[in-house]
Ligand binder design. Structure first.
Ligand code: FNR
Length: 382
């Protein structure tokens, strides 16, 4: 068991949420080997302690796509955040903006683009899946543009949904899902009131706006299931480029050749990611995939990374392995589910403090000074 702020928030989230929602957040694909390895491979990496180097002036600031970030952290796109806390996406986005870092709104958010973007003081990022319904994609891109979204995160590791057995057991997916969900929600009245689920239909903001009517969970799961597109290829990204001229980041890269192809395509960035172990169980953890990818493309585009990052020390480790910036997934979601926007703010403050301690004691005065030398050499490839 790793002790960290996110593990505390995880326990609190489990107490608060109905089981089907907690397991939707917490679970991964199949036997969850990759999910566990994401966390354990990172925490196994030994940081190299250095001392007596006058570390009084420290800067965590970094630049990415013409934005200044107070630290090299972005909140990852997470579907259904508005079911974990009332207007959850807006709360998390505000916490991120207050901290000076970007928030990425998921395609399948509860709060629509038009609600979240104006609620924060900095430009938002937006994540898009490749879906069969190209009308939806075009519409979402136009709406993102007019809401002032700066960066598009294009998630490519979901041409098919991964098999998530916890969701099947809990009633989040499967034939009896809607009935079981209602029964479970009724056993947690405090949660149901808090997310505003009682007394009004639940709405999947971006999708409902496009379809012109409220989209409840069961309807949404059906629509999304029918819309995954296994035919997706680099050609589809060319199509997107016609509608999007801002920075474009490809999320779900785990192989150096795919990273090189992203460079050839002209992507501005990649996210080294296995979707938090939620897609293909048995693939490499992001920490293990990172060194070869960094060798292949470092400096040619921005390298972001997620999957398994739970602490500020993990942020430093992932940057030392080759990432420029990281994304936080479950770490912030547990905090949001446990304590709303205040929980996310607190978690981000703790991540920053942990990063500061790690930087002082590895002798890195700035983010660009975190590199392979920050790790004990024989262990740095996990
Ligand atoms: C996700 N992830 C995800 N990714 C994406 O591109 N669009 C999405 O809508 C979602 N939704 C989503 C929901 C939940 C509950 C989780 C946990 C994850 C993947 C996410 O962006 C990120 O890649 C992982 O969460 C990173 O792994 P860790 O940090 O959670 O281990």
């Amino acid at each position: 068991m790793i002790i960290s702020a996110s593990t505390d928030y995880r326990v609190a989230a489990q107490r608060r949420l109905p089981p089907f929602l907690f397991h939707y957040i917490d679970g991964g694909a199949y036997a969850e080997h990759t999910l566990r390895r994401n966390v354990s491979d990172l925490s196994d990496i030994a940081l190299r302690q250095r001392v007596l180097r006058n570390m009084s002036a420290l800067s965590l600031e970094t630049r990415l796509f013409n934005e200044t970030l107070s630290m090299p952290v972005v909140l990852a796109p997470i579907g259904l955040c508005g079911m974990f806390a009332r207007r959850g996406e807006a709360q998390a986005a505000k916490a991120a903006a207050d901290k000076g870092i970007p928030f990425t709104l998921s395609t399948v958010s509860v709060c629509p683009i038009e609600e979240v973007a104006p609620a924060i003081q900095r430009p938002m990022w937006f994540q898009l899946y490749v879906l069969k319904d190209r009308g939806f994609m075009k519409n979402a891109l136009e709406r993102a543009k007019s809401a002032g979204v700066t960066t598009l995160v294009f998630t490519v590791d979901m041409p098919v949904p991964g098999a998530r057995y916890r969701d099947a057991h809990s009633g989040m997916s499967g034939p009896n899902a809607p009935l079981r969900r209602i029964l479970q929600a009724c056993t947690h009245p405090r949660w149901a009131m808090d997310v505003g689920l009682l007394g009004r239909p639940h709405d999947l903001g971006n999708i409902s706006t496009y379809r012109g009517h409220p989209t409840g969970l069961a309807d949404y799961i059906g629509w999304l299931g029918a819309n995954f597109d296994p035919s997706i290829s680099w050609k589809d990204l060319e199509w997107i480029r016609e509608f999007w001229d801002g920075p474009m980041v490809i999320k779900g890269i785990l192989d150096p050749q795919d990273a090189k192809d992203a460079v050839s395509f002209g992507a501005n960035g990649i996210v080294v990611s296995n979707h938090g172990g939620r897609q293909l169980d048995g693939v490499l953890s992001s920490a293990r995939a990172m060194p070869a990818i960094a060798d292949a493309v470092k400096g040619q585009l921005a390298i972001l990374a997620d999957s398994g990052i739970r602490t500020g020390l993990d942020v430093v480790r992932m940057i030392a392995l080759g990432a420029d910036t990281v994304m936080l997934g479950r770490a912030f979601v547990y905090a949001l589910a446990a304590a709303g926007g205040a929980g996310v703010s607190n978690l981000l403050d703790l991540i920053e403090k942990e990063m500061r301690v790690a930087m002082v004691l590895t002798g890195a005065k700035s983010i660009s000074e975190i590199n392979g030398d920050s790790l004990v050499r024989e262990l740095k490839h996990a």
